[in-house]
Design a protein around this ligand. Sequence first.
Ligand SMILES: Cc1cc2nc3c(=O)[nH]c(=O)nc-3n(C[C@H](O)[C@H](O)[C@H](O)COP(=O)(O)OP(=O)(O)OC[C@H]3O[C@@H](n4cnc5c(N)ncnc54)[C@H](O)[C@@H]3O)c2cc1C
Length: 359
Amino acid sequence: MKVAIIGAGLAGLACAHELEKYGISPVIYERNGFIGETHAHVTASLDIVNRPIRDVVRYFKKKFDIDLKPSNTINRIIHYSPRKKRMIKGNFGYFFVRGKGEHSIKNQLYAQLNHTKVVFDHLADYEKLLKENDYVIAATGNSNFAEELGCFYEWVTTHLRGAVVLGDFDPNTLTAWINKEYCKSGYAYLTPIDKQRASLSLIVPEVIERDIEYYWERFLYAENINYTITEEFRWKHKTGYVYPNHIGNLYFAGKARGGIDPFLGFGQAKAVIEGVMAARAIVKGKDYGKLIKPNIKKNKNMYEFRKAYNHASNEDYDRLITFLSLPGIKQLIYYSPLNVVKTGGMLLGFMNRNRKSDR
Ligand SMILES: Cc1cc2nc3c(=O)[nH]c(=O)nc-3n(C[C@H](O)[C@H](O)[C@H](O)COP(=O)(O)OP(=O)(O)OC[C@H]3O[C@@H](n4cnc5c(N)ncnc54)[C@H](O)[C@@H]3O)c2cc1C
């Protein structure tokens, strides 16, 4: 079986890893001359978002035989809303390194491939590859192909403005800010690379690209952040979904399929899962839609949450932060198997409806 994979990202590499188990040697086409991203940063993988998976590292090892070493565990989360600050401690998930380095999550996955060929510096086109292969996996990390084919349905577009900063950081702490004034219904967060470096990111939904600088400046000013900046980066995340999720022998996986959530922008675990499932679908002739149904459902729940959250005010953010750290609630959210996204979305929706009927 001849399989071409477009994109050496998490979905593409995970797909190749799974195909190799069935004796298939795919060819990955990667537009860059390297694996990873141009800038160093650290991503978070929160258990609360990955549920019902309890521990992604163990899950990937057990279910996919993929070994991923996080840079650190997340043991402390500091939440800031306009007028409140709350800190919670526990086991919340993992940090992973991104960038070009050998310890980056993509390079770790790449190192586990044995007979996959990667063609670097090659901007691939699915039409040409479909003629030469039995299957093509679009794992491009963007919706370009799906949009061209008229099967991408957009939910929300966000802009991310980030920087690598120097300071004094706790490698196990995730810090997050929410404030309508500088992130609208988005958020900002700091993830430590090590004790001296961290990535600081601001995510603002539904803004035009050049306005993100204005929000970034407001964020730094409002939170009195004056770290030394060593690298800067900007990113556009288009969220939505692709339907159908494969067109004949062209399969969409990871972010190219819509496998990134429309609220927090979490997509790395989903990308790995969808890469593996695309491989299983084509090798075993299984229904791809069914295999990735949990991802589709999670994203839909996140979208409902996002719609309800859009109506929240800064006062609601203060209330939310206080509520999240109440002892019983904290226990329920972080340590029980509760579907927080679904329940939270329903609660916010209920609050919004009540607020409207009070007027
Ligand atoms: C700054 C930033 C912070 C993030 N933080 C988090 C986080 O904290 N937690 C989380 O879970 N997720 C996070 N994400 C999202 C997560 O990184 C993505 O969801 C995940 O990487 C998607 O994997 P993918 O394989 O689908 O696409 P990607 O990882 O984007 O890989 C796609 C690959 O395809 C290549 N490519 C594209 N088009 C072509 C083409 N035509 N020909 C050849 N190659 C092509 C690209 O160069 C790239 O290498 C973050 C993303 C960014 C950018």
